[in-house]
Every structure is written in structure tokens, then in C-alpha cells.
Write a protein that binds this ligand. Structure first.
Ligand code: C2E
Ligand code: CA
Ligand code: CA
Length: 864
């Protein structure tokens, strides 16, 4: 047995048992009793024999191999092993304890049970001299002694056991106390007699009693009485108060929560013990309850928010199913919240938005995005669709609760979408006519190109520009101009097919894309129909006006064309059309581009021409209808473009009017014409065309006076030609200006009479010196209707004292007829084309000679 397992050896020092005076005394007594030198109490372990008590021996122990006791313990319990002479016993004769110190010759030993009940010890006597006998009485005595030692050791073991148990109990008690005291809960155990047995100090605080009241054995009733007296239970509801104050058995409330007078919330759990008595635990749950009520309050607030928000709030699961839908859904989508719980948005989504929704959702659930915001159309209960802006967020796992994985807010954005739609429409349409604007036109043109490439059909681009629109706008005012544009737009729209696009590019410019053309001729056909539709008289508040439209068109032949280039081609063709006399159409010819640049470029070139003084005037004679004598010349603007060559006034004057360049050009023409005319013999006059634009702007009077002053030409030799549109302007200022000029002696002629909105009543508005009948009447003068008109104008002119000039007389027949109708002066190719400046003087001289030579033959002279 191991030394450590037996109590006496438990206090060994350096592996040896400590001296044991008690056992030593037993040994001393035994030695004396048996008259031997040695007596000892031994204990054996695996390797050694230790002497727990000894007399006569110096050794504290021996090796087990040589121990006599090892033999002893193998024998029967309490039966002594007696060796009278060791030398004569083969087992021991050679034993070193026999052959050497302590020279044992006699041995008698009895095995004993140690404290743990094992027979691993002995009580022995021994001597250095052999014995002859060892009586039975001696044997019994030794056995008795052994019993005594055994009892002593067992007693000691029991004592040590008790001590250890006590230590253990103490230790566990300390542990319990430490545990109890370190608990945040209060704990109190009472026994069957309602006395306190276990408690911790925390319980005093939580129950509101002094610690002094708590001790082992204290009556719990004292605690209760103290609590009742201090008002601890005063405000509690009745059954609980009765139970707490008196332990009223009919109440018997084991688990409860109560609020202490100081506001602390105490949770009490009571556990009855099997043998009577109770264990109570007290927990301060104030913080928990406060947090809970804060949570409840905040939940309530969120609910309020959700239920009162104009946005629909939706909580849903991973399968997009709605688990909660806020009441706003009634207003937004017409459904009851319950109608939608369990459904998915996909089921209500507009078919065109379904793909987008699926895409957003899969991005979201794949974790690539935490949220998405999308505008989708959601079906309203009434069947129509509502534009909804959905902001959907997937919750991080930590926030996900009750299967809720997403939060969505749905906002009705129909109004916003409509507004956006309106803005978009406004951005792409012309406000006045509702037609697509330049941006949308460009887009449609791109589409037409792409489409034509796919289906291999032709298409055409038309550039349209109204003729004489400016005159209407200037004379009848902007509201009338706007009305006219609307009517024209509607008429053009009506001519086109549904898949064509007509756009208003600005001012009086329109553009058209004709699609699905089987042959190029169709484009010309439609252009003619457009012209016919626009040319019909237009009624503006009772006033009938006529405008025309010039159209340039290009048919896209090669499908690799660029939209800009196409449009430029149509624009070039438009110039051709304008130059060709308006109210007509022209198709783009590849070399036209070289002749006519686009408007913008032309305007730039015109500016440059003014700067470089590149304009010239040509002079067309006006002759007396009766005598054929030259009475004057009309100055006509000429422009030789450095690249395009001679450009007709019909092509650049309208542009000059639009850009305002006509003002400096007109001033220049006045200066130049007066300077030239000053060299002609009196009273030959010069006529200068004045645009309505010049009259509308200040400075015409000054320009006229300065031209007269600079040239020295008398005012009465200058004639200004203005068109009817000037008279239609409301501006009194214009008439006043004309009056003042006339007052200076300058003659004023009404040009192009009969073209515009000719109303004979205009003639009464201003005392013109002359009326020039437009050459279209002269061209048709053989026609009785045209002749009747000319006759009527001549009649009025005569009555009002105005001379009548016939323009564009090309044939002797026309000359005859205009004479018959009473025209006083004539002008036309029959006499002369407009002449370069130097030739005018020569023409005068030549005419004077001829007139003088054959004054009798007027017709012949006129034809010369
Ligand atoms: P307009 O004032 O009616 O000028 C007469 C036009 O008739 C001129 O054309 C003249 O060449 C043309 N003409 C004359 N006799 C005949 C004829 O027998 N047959 C034909 N077919 N035509 C004839 P042009 O020079 O091309 O001028 C066109 C228009 O340009 C002018 O018409 C006038 O309105 C405008 N214009 C020309 N020069 C000026 C100018 O200096 N200032 C302004 N404001 N306008 C001008
Ligand atoms: Ca003229
Ligand atoms: Ca004219």
C-alpha cells in the first residue's frame, strides 16, 4: 500500500513516516512485556516496509524484499508468525537483517488491518538471541496487542476521515457562500418551520430589510413584518399583499412580479422544498422591463408610422411574398392589406416591367446589392396600372426576424411620372403645334435609317419652309401667325400617312420623314399634296390669307447615309425650290450642293459680302407707256457669290430679312442707287426696294436722308418701293415714317400689288404715288379675269391720283394690252433686263435718240 493512503504515513517527511510517539510507546511496552530487544509496528507498500512505531531499531524502514513482515501478512489474520531461531529457518537464515545489524534471531509478528481495512501492516517483536519457545499465551498477548494497534489506527483513520469531511464541508460551504454572495439575484431559503436557513446579502437589498434580520434560524415572519411595516407592500393588489404580509395560504402566489415603492421591478420565484420550506429567488428585472416597454413604445411608434404613412410599407419573405402590408395600400392600389398578404409583387406587375422586377430581385437576393429602387407599374384593384416607385431593401441576417427578409416602401409616383412625361413631351415637341421638335425629328430620322436598313425600303426627308409667313406675322400680329402655323401644321399632318413624321423645327420651318416608300415618285407626290394643302386660303378670324410652302426633298438611296447629310441635302433642295419661285418642290441633285450652301453658311457669306462691299445693283429701266421714254430705273440687288456665282435676290433677300442683314444692305442700296442716279439727267428717277423689316426698324428715314445728302440727288428723284405687307402692320410709326419721307418729296410706290392679301382698301391707307401691278397679272393679261383686275386697279389708281406701273412686260402683245387697260408706265424684259450701273446712262442716251428719231412710232420705239 502506498504510504500516502494511510493516515500516519500521510505526514511523512522525505518519504519516511514521522516519529509516532504513541506507537513508539506501544512498542516500548511490548518490548518490556515480551522481554525482547525490538518491538515495531510496520506498514508495507510496494517497495518498502516502514516502521510506524519502533523500539530498539534505528532504521526507519527496510526494503520490502527482506522484510519479515512480508511473510507475516501472507499468513492468516491475527495468527502470529513465530520464528524462534532465524538461523535455523531457511526463509530467513541468509536475511541481511539476520546476518547483519540488527542481527535478528527471534521474530514473532501478527498482521493487522490498517485504517483502510487492508492487511498491509504488522505488530512484531524480535530479539538478537533465539528462543526456544513462544507460548500460546504469548501468542494471544501479541495478537491482543495487534488488535489494540489496529483499533488505534482505525480510530485515527476515522478521525482523519471526519476531519477531511469537515474540511470538505467547510470548503463547500465557503463555495456556496461565495456563489450566493456573487449572485445578482437574491436567494432565501426557509425551512418547514419558516425559519431562514440560507440567504445572501443581496436579498436584504431586494426585499428592503436590514441585514441584521437575516441570520441562520431567524424567523421569516420577522422579515415579513418588517416589510409590511415599512410599506413595502402597501400599493400592491390585494391577494398578493395578503400573501406577502401574512403568507395567507389561500393566496399562495409562488411566482409573481411586483413593483417596489422605489420603482424597482422585482421578479420573485418560489420553489417549495420536498421536506417543507421554500426557496425564494428575487431578481431585479427593472432594466429588462424598461427595455421591453421602450421596445413596445418604439414598436408602437413604428406601427403608427407604418400605418399612417402615405407610402405603402411592405415586409416580406425571401420568396418575395408579402407578410405585412400597411393600410396606405387602400389609397395607393385600392386593395385591402389582407388582399395582398401572401402574394408577390410579380403577380401584379405590368408585363412590360416584369423582367426588370425579376432582374432586380435576383440581384438583391444573390446579395449583389443591398437594395434597389425601381419604377414599376403595379395593377390597381380597379384594373388600371399605377406607377409605383419601389424602394426594396434586403435585411442583413442579424436584423431578419420572423422570416422577414425584405422591407419595401411603395410610393405612388403616377403624378410625377405624368409630369415627367409632360416634360419629356415638352422636351420633344413643339408647344405651338404639338408636332415633334427638332430633337425628336432627329431621333425619328435615325430610326427611319435603321428601319430602312433592316427592311430595305426607301424613305425620304423633306425640308419645308413657308412662303410669305413673315408677312402675315408682321402684318396680322403674332397671335394670327401662331394660328396660321397651327392650321398649316394640321393640314400637313392630314396629308401624311400615320407612319410619317412631321416636325416643326422652328419659325416657319418644318421637316418630314416619309417612310415605306416603294418608289421615289411617291415622295414628290406627297410633296405636291403638301403644297396644295398649305396653299388653300386660310381663314384667320375672318381675314382670308394665303401662304405657300417650298419643299426640298431627298430620297435616301444609299442606306449608309448619315442623318445630318440627308437633312443638309433636303435643305439644299429647299433653296433650289425657293429660288425657283416658291410654293414648289425640288428634289436634291448631287451638284446642287455645290451651288447652294446651307442657310447658315449663306448668311455668314452675306455678312462677309457686306463687309467686303461685294453687292452690286442692276438697273432696270421703267418707260413711259405712251411715249416709250425712260422715266426711271429700278435698282435691283445683285450678289455674285465667290463660290456659287450669281445668286438671285429671291434666294438671299428673304434670308437677309430673317437675319436682319437687310438693314445694312438696304442702307447700302440707298447710298449706291442715289449716287448712281445723281449722274443721270433729270428728271429720271431711281426706284429702290425697301423691305418691311427696314421700315419696322428705326433708321430708314436717316438712311434715306443721308443717301440723298451724300449724293446730292433731289428727293423727288428717289422712289421707294414697298410691298402691301408694310401697310398691314398696325404700327402707326411705319405710316408716319412714310408720310414724313413723302413730305420730303420722296415718291412712294406700292410694289407687287395683287400678290398678297390684296385688298383694294389698303390703297386708301396711304397716298401712294404709284402702284406696281405684279407681273403675274401681266403674264396672264390675255385672260379676261386678269385683265379685269388690272382694269379695276387702274381705275382706283386714277381716282386716287396714283400712277400705275405694269411689271414684267415681256411681249409687244402684253404691252398693247397694258396700254389699253390704262397703265401709265411699263417695265420688263421687252425693254431691257436689269443693266449694270455704267450701262444705264448709255441706255438713257440711246432711248432719247430713238425716241427723238421716231417719235411717231411709239410701239416700235418701246420694243427697241
Ligand atoms: P421686284 O421688286 O418685283 O423686282 C422686279 C423683279 O422682276 C426683278 O427680279 C426683275 O429682274 C424681274 N423682272 C423685270 N422684268 C421682268 C420680265 O419681263 N420678266 C420676268 N420674268 N422678270 C422680270 P429680281 O432682280 O430677281 O428681284 C427679285 C426681287 O428681289 C424683287 O422683286 C425685290 O422684291 C427683291 N429685291 C431686289 N433688290 C432688292 C433690294 O435692293 N432691296 C429689297 N428690299 N428687295 C430687293
Ligand atoms: Ca420692286
Ligand atoms: Ca415688283
Amino acid at each position: 500500500m502506498s504510504p500516502s493512503r494511510s493516515e500516519p504515513v500521510a505526514v511523512e517527511v522525505f518519504g519516511q513516516p514521522a516519529p509516532d510517539p504513541q506507537l513508539d510507546a506501544v512498542c516500548r511496552t511490548a518490548a518490556a512485556l515480551f522481554g525482547v530487544r525490538y518491538a515495531f509496528v510496520s506498514q508495507l507498500d510496494g517497495a518498502c516496509q516502514w516502521f510506524l512505531g519502533r523500539e530498539g531499531l534505528i532504521l526507519p524502514g527496510t526494503q520490502r524484499e527482506i522484510a519479515f513482515c512480508a511473510h507475516t501478512i501472507r499468513g492468516a489474520a491475527h495468527v502470529p508468525l513465530v520464528v524462534l531461531d532465524t538461523r535455523r529457518d531457511r526463509r530467513f537464515a541468509a536475511n541481511p537483517l539476520v546476518t547483519g545489524a540488527p542481527f535478528l534471531r527471534f521474530y514473532a509478528g501478527v498482521s493487522i488491518a490498517l485504517g483502510d481495512g487492508t492487511h498491509a501492516g504488522t505488530v512484531c517483536i524480535a530479539d538478537t538471541v533465539p528462543r526456544t519457545g513462544f507460548s500460546a499465551a504469548e501468542g494471544r498477548r501479541l495478537s491482543d496487542l495487534a488488535l489494540f494497534v489496529e483499533a488505534t489506527l482505525r480510530g485515527r483513520a476515522a478521525q482523519s476521515e471526519a476531519r477531511q469531511a469537515h474540511h470538505r464541508a467547510e470548503a463547500s460551504d465557503t463555495l456556496l457562500r461565495t456563489t450566493l454572495e456573487s449572485m445578482d439575484q437574491g436567494l432565501l431559503m426557509t425551512d418547514a418551520a419558516d425559519r431562514i436557513r440560507v440567504y445572501n446579502r443581496r436579498v436584504a437589498t431586494l426585499m428592503g430589510v436590514p441585514e441584521a434580520l437575516l441570520y441562520d434560524g431567524a424567523p421569516f415572519a420577522m422579515v415579513r413584518a418588517h416589510q409590511a411595516a415599512s410599506g413595502e407592500f402597501a400599493h400592491l393588489p390585494d391577494p398578493l399583499r395578503a400573501w406577502l404580509e401574512h403568507g395567507a395560504p389561500e393566496a399562495r402566489i409562488y411566482d409573481y412580479e411586483r413593483v417596489r415603492p422605489d420603482g424597482t421591478v422585482l421578479q420573485v420565484r418560489t420553489l417549495p422544498l420536498p421536506r417543507g420550506g421554500l426557496v425564494r429567488t428575487f431578481t431585479d428585472v427593472t432594466a429588462r422591463r424598461t427595455a421591453e416597454s421602450a421596445l413596445r413604445a418604439s414598436e408602437g411608434r413604428y406601427r403608427l408610422l407604418a400605418e399612417n404613412s402615405n407610402d405603402v410599407i411592405v415586409l416580406g419573405d425571401i420568396a418575395m411574398r408579402c407578410l405585412y402590408v400597411s393600410p396606405a395600400v387602400r389609397t395607393v392600389l385600392g386593395y385591402e392589406p389582407e388582399d395582398l398578404v401572401g402574394t408577390t409583387a410579380a403577380a401584379f406587375c405590368h408585363p412590360d416591367d416584369a423582367a426588370a422586377l425579376t432582374e432586380h430581385w435576383s440581384q438583391l437576393t444573390a446579395g449583389r446589392e443591398g437594395r434597389f429602387v425601381a419604377c414599376l407599374r403595379h395593377r390597381h384593384k380597379a384594373g388600371h396600372y399605377v406607377w409605383i416607385e419601389a424602394s426594396v431593401r434586403v435585411l442583413p441576417d442579424a436584423q431578419a426576424e420572423d422570416g422577414i427578409t425584405f422591407v419595401a416602401t411603395l410610393r405612388d409616383v403616377s403624378a410625377r411620372r405624368e409630369a415627367e412625361e409632360r416634360v419629356r413631351h415638352m422636351a420633344l415637341h413643339d408647344a405651338l403645334t404639338g408636332l415633334p421638335n427638332r430633337t425628336l425629328f432627329r431621333d425619328r430620322l435615325d430610326q427611319a435609317i435603321a428601319h430602312a436598313r433592316r427592311v430595305r425600303t426607301g424613305f425620304a426627308v423633306l425640308a419645308c419652309d413657308l412662303d410669305r409667313f413673315k408677312a402675315v406675322n408682321d402684318s396680322l400680329g403674332h397671335p394670327a401667325g401662331d394660328a396660321l402655323l397651327r392650321i398649316v401644321a394640321a393640314r400637313m399632318r392630314a396629308v401624311l400617312r400615320p407612319y410619317d413624321t412631321i416636325a416643326r423645327l422652328g419659325g416657319d420651318e418644318f421637316a418630314v420623314v416619309l417612310t415605306y416608300l416603294d418608289e421615289a415618285r411617291e415622295a414628290s407626290c406627297l410633296a405636291e399634296q403638301l403644297i396644295a394643302a398649305v396653299s388653300e386660303p386660310i381663314d384667320l378670324d375672318g381675314q382670308s390669307v394665303e401662304v405657300g410652302v417650298s419643299i426640298g426633298l431627298t430620297v435616301a438611296a444609299d442606306l449608309d447615309c448619315d442623318p445630318d447629310e440627308l437633312f443638309q441635302r433636303a435643305d439644299i433642295a429647299l433653296y433650289e425650290a425657293k429660288a425657283a419661285g416658291r410654293n414648289t418642290h425640288r428634289e436634291f441633285e448631287p451638284d446642287a450642293g455645290a451651288r447652294i450652301a446651307t442657310r447658315g453658311l449663306l448668311a455668314l457669306d452675306m455678312k462677309e459680302a457686306i463687309r467686303r462691299d461685294a453687292f452690286r445693283l442692276a438697273y432696270q429701266p421703267v418707260v413711259d407707256a405712251a411715249t416709250g421714254a425712260v422715266v426711271g430705273f429700278e435698282a435691283l440687288m445683285r450678289w455674285r457669290h465667290p463660290v456659287q456665282g450669281e445668286i438671285a435676290p429671291g434666294a438671299f433677300i428673304p434670308l437677309a430679312e430673317e437675319t436682319g442683314l437687310i438693314v445694312p444692305m438696304g442702307s447700302w442700296a440707298l447710298q449706291e442707287a442715289c449716287r448712281e442716279a445723281a449722274a443721270w439727267p433729270a428728271p429720271i428717277r431711281v426706284a429702290v426696294n425697301v423691305s418691311a423689316v427696314q421700315l419696322r426698324r428705326p433708321g430708314l428715314e436717316a438712311a434715306v436722308l443721308s443717301a440723298l445728302a451724300a449724293s446730292g440727288l433731289p428727293a423727288n428723284r428717289l422712289k421707294l418701293e414697298v410691298t402691301e405687307s408694310v401697310l398691314m402692320q398696325d404700327a402707326e410709326a411705319v405710316l408716319a415714317c412714310l408720310h414724313r419721307l413723302r413730305g420730303c418729296g420722296v415718291k412712294i410706290a406700292l410694289d407687287d400689288f395683287g400678290t398678297g392679301y390684296s385688298s383694294l382698301s389698303y390703297l386708301r391707307r396711304f397716298p401712294f404715288d404709284q402702284i406696281k401691278i405684279d407681273r403675274s397679272f401681266i403674264r396672264d393679261i390675255a385672260d379676261p379675269d386678269a385683265a379685269a383686275i388690272v382694269r379695276a386697279v387702274v381705275g382706283i389708281g386714277e381716282r386716287l391720283g396714283m400712277g400705275i406701273v405694269a411689271e414684267g412686260v415681256e411681249t409687244p402683245e402684253q404691252l398693247d394690252l397694258v396700254r389699253q387697260e390704262g397703265c401709265t408706265q411699263v417695265q420688263g424684259f421687252l425693254f431691257s433686263r436689269p443693266l449694270p450701273p455704267g450701262e444705264a446712262a448709255a441706255y438713257i442716251a440711246a432711248r432719247a435718240d430713238r425716241a427723238g428719231a421716231s417719235s411717231g412710232q411709239r410701239v416700235a420705239a418701246a420694243q427697241g
